[in-house]
Design a protein around this ligand. Structure first.
Ligand code: IPM
Ligand code: MN
Length: 354
């Protein structure tokens, strides 16, 4: 299998190295061959060459690789974040990765900032629409920098786009024994664009009679996720709301360093990245938690059909969390590299199934 790896910037470089370790351990234990091709795209590459992603970059990712792994992007030396937009958002758009899949799973009660919550209370998945919404950069600035400045940023919602992500959420629920799907929008205030979400949700929900369909405005969802996260199974929402609510989800599971994500187009080359950013102040210090990156690698293996391999990586992360073999974020004393070593060892020691 060919996998493109873009370590990116800051701690992305460090956490990606640990995800790579886990993938290599899986390769050895399960006798799989992974060709990992490192691509240097990121802030440093942009500053040196002026190129964020080469002209044929998206086509190359799509046509020459089975999956793409991205570490994190963002560097204070590129204040407008142009390279991150081109590499991360560009890949989402150009490869049409319309499903942003972000599982929120608490691995140990001690990691949850809410009192008296156990792993049984925090176990849901968020499907974030990933190719439209407020992220499409439609709009503009008129008289920028003056007191007459007008700034417009339009939100794009298409029937096709809303339909495919809401349908994906229902199909996922059905396939994975999840009983509830919650669609969240702001149709009370955004009566045009979000009326489309209402229409699509009402159209699709009756086709899944075994699944409880519920709607919440995004503000109410934010409240209820804190008050009682146990009521959620599958959440589907738009691009921006999904971005915000998944940071909240990361907090519920113990921090940004634990959160994983997949940017998917079922059946096509998809991209995987931890939810955390490049965290410039932490870069190069061997303190970042690599678990979110490693769990993103597990999502990738799963997406590639390597179910047992993905389960082995998840089990190794769970074991490391249980044993506090990790960074300070999980109550451990290890560095980034040592955490990655412990998890890779866990993968190697685990018994392969299937
Ligand atoms: C994420 C990030 C990105 C997003 C940023 C870096 C543009 O926050 O993947 O959640 O908003 O999608
Ligand atoms: Mn985000």
């Amino acid at each position: 299998m060919r996998i493109a790896v873009i370590p990116g910037d800051g701690i992305g470089v460090e956490t990606t190295a640990e995800a790579v370790k886990a993938i290599r351990a899986v390769g050895e234990v399960f006798g799989r061959r992974f060709d990992l091709e490192m691509l240097p795209w990121g802030a440093e590459h942009f500053l040196q060459t002026g190129v964020t992603i080469p002209p044929d970059g998206y086509a190359m990712l799509r046509d020459q690789f089975d999956a793409v792994f991205i570490g994190a992007l963002g560097d204070p030396r590129v204040p407008d974040n142009r390279h991150a937009r081109d590499i991360l958002l560009g890949t989402r758009f150009e490869l049409d990765l319309y499903v942003n899949y972000r599982p929120v799973k608490l691995l140990d009660a001690r990691l949850c900032p809410l009192k008296d919550r156990t792993p049984a209370d925090v176990n849901f998945v968020v499907f974030r629409e990933n190719t439209e919404g407020l992220y499409v950069s439609i709009g503009g600035r008129f008289k920028p920098g003056t007191e007459d400045e007008i700034a417009i940023q339009e939100e794009l919602n298409t029937y096709k786009g809303v339909h495919r992500i809401v349908k994906h959420a229902f199909e996922f629920a059905q396939a994975h024994g999840r009983r509830r799907v919650c669609m969240s929008d702001k149709s009370n205030a955004m009566a045009q664009g979000h009326a489309l979400w209402q229409r699509v949700f009402k159209e699709l929900a009756p086709q899944y009679p075994g699944i409880e369909a519920r709607h919440l405005y995004i503000d109410a969802l934010a409240l209820l996720l804190i008050q009682n996260p146990a009521q959620f199974d599958v959440i589907v929402t738009n691009n921006l709301f999904g971005d915000i609510i998944t940071d909240l989800g990361a907090a519920l599971q113990g921090g940004l360093g634990l959160a994983a994500s997949g940017n998917l187009h079922p059946g096509k080359t998809s991209m995987f990245e931890p939810v955390h950013g490049s965290a410039p102040p932490l870069a190069g210090k061997n303190v970042a938690n690599p678990m979110g990156a490693i769990l993103s690698a597990a999502l990738m293996l799963d997406h590639l059909g390597l179910t047992a391999e993905a389960a082995a990586v998840e089990a190794a992360v769970q074991a490391a969390v249980n044993a506090r073999q990790g960074t300070r974020e999980i109550g451990g004393t290890l560095g980034t590299r040592e955490t990655g070593d412990a998890i890779a060892q866990g993968v190697s020691k685990g018994t392969p199934q299937g």
